[in-house]
Design a protein around this ligand. Structure first.
Ligand SMILES: [Ca+2]
Length: 394
């Protein structure tokens, strides 16, 4: 009995010590988590030809983030390829994906793709989302819009479906941009059907299209009066366009597309124009086969620049902010296989210099955008994908 009491006393004596250990352990863990999150927010200094800059991790833990949209008031929406639309509010990633997103065919390169806010978002709350949608025949690029209520998407409504749907899960295109007149541009890949579709005006594959915000056809689209042509088509002969940017101070639409092995291109997109794929190309088939022995043909557009070997140009943007004055007017292109951000200096419509930024980071860059704050935002294409921000050094 006495011994038992003694044991109990020992046990009791041990309890505060265990608690103390627990408290110390928890404090250490909290400190570690704090230090780690402080580390995430910490700016990593970088040197480039024209500017020193810092890379800040805004958020991590995103599943292959694909597109981003900045909303008035400071919110930011980011798509994840596996189906999530994520909200970044007050600079922090909200834990749960938004309810009400379109159901995407998330396989291969398919899934949720880009997201864009309506130019009059402040009035109508519309956001537009592109994605791979499944249906009869396989899958194809679709665009839907919904109203962002502040914590959910409501009233999802499909405004465009690429026709035909086909098997396979590659080359959806999917980049979105609004023109100054309020029309929506959508890029559509060739779905890896290179022998025919991109040149066929009766197919949406391998095209850039232009629609009104409700999905109807602008009357001045180039092929509205041509029999057998899809009236949404704005330009054709593309392979897989994932770069789309309007050049500030001009009416120019610039696109970037993946070539096959070699032959990635940046083009100035003109209504009705043919960009040549697969009749002309600076690339070759994977493994070295010939796709075309021609790099130019009459009535087919030449790229502003092409890359051999490939860098895999994805999202891109012109910089016109005031945070990096010497980068003003430059085109920034996210490179996937190249794993860097390519900065292009332009003189008129000519590329006069190129620089690879963030090469040492080795991140596949899916999208590049300029934020309303004048900083440059990047998405990394990883299962633990990140939103990175380039800002002047602190
Ligand atoms: Ca071309």
């Amino acid at each position: 009995m006495k011994r038992r009491r003694q044991n109990k006393a020992l046990t009791q004596a041990a309890t505060p010590s265990a608690e103390a250990q627990w408290v110390v352990g928890t404090l250490a863990l909290i400190t570690l988590v704090f230090l780690l999150s402080a580390g995430l927010a910490q700016a990593k200094p970088m040197q480039s030809e024209l500017h020193k800059f810092s890379v800040v991790t805004v958020a991590s833990g995103l599943n292959h983030p694909w597109g981003m949209a900045f909303l008035p008031g400071g919110d930011m929406l980011v798509t994840e390829r596996n189906g999530g639309v994520r909200l970044i509010r007050d600079g922090k990633l909200v834990k749960q994906p938004l309810v009400g997103a379109p159901k995407a065919y998330a396989r291969g390169q398919g899934g949720l793709l880009d997201i864009a806010a309506h130019p009059k978002f402040a009035e109508n709350r519309y956001v537009y989302i592109s994605y791979a949608g499944s249906g009869e025949g396989g899958a194809g690029t679709e665009v839907a819009r919904a109203k962002f209520t502040g914590d959910a998407l409501e009233g999802l409504e499909v405004v465009f479906k690429a026709n035909p749907k086909t098997s396979g899960s590659a080359h959806y295109g999917g980049r979105l941009a609004f023109t100054p007149s309020g029309d929506l541009l959508v890029t559509l890949g060739d779905r890896y059907a290179r022998m025919k579709e991109a040149q066929d005006l009766n197919s949406h594959m391998g095209k850039v299209i232009r629609i009104r915000d409700d999905g109807s056809i602008p009357s001045d689209n180039p092929f509205t009066k041509r029999e057998g042509a899809k009236p949404e088509i704005y330009s054709y002969g593309h392979r897989n366009v994932q770069g789309l940017a309007l050049r500030p101070g001009s009416n120019q639409i610039w696109t970037g597309e993946f070539g096959p092995q070699g032959g990635d291109e940046i083009n100035i997109d003109k209504p009705g124009a043919n960009y040549g794929w697969p009749k002309i190309t600076y690339g070759e088939d994977y493994g070295g086969g010939v796709i075309s022995d021609k790099t130019a043909l009459p009535n087919m557009e030449q790229p502003v620049v092409y890359w051999r070997p490939s860098i895999s140009p994805s999202g891109m943007t012109f910089y016109d902010g005031d945070k990096f004055p010497k980068w003003k007017g430059n085109l920034f292109v996210g490179a996937l296989s190249g794993a860097h951000v390519r900065r292009l200096t332009l003189q008129g419509d000519k590329v006069t210099a190129q620089e690879a930024l963030l090469e040492d980071e080795g991140e596949r860059i899916r999208d590049v955008r300029q934020g309303p704050d004048g900083f440059i935002y990047l998405l990394t294409d990883e299962s633990n994908g990140k939103i990175l921000r380039l800002e002047p050094p602190q």
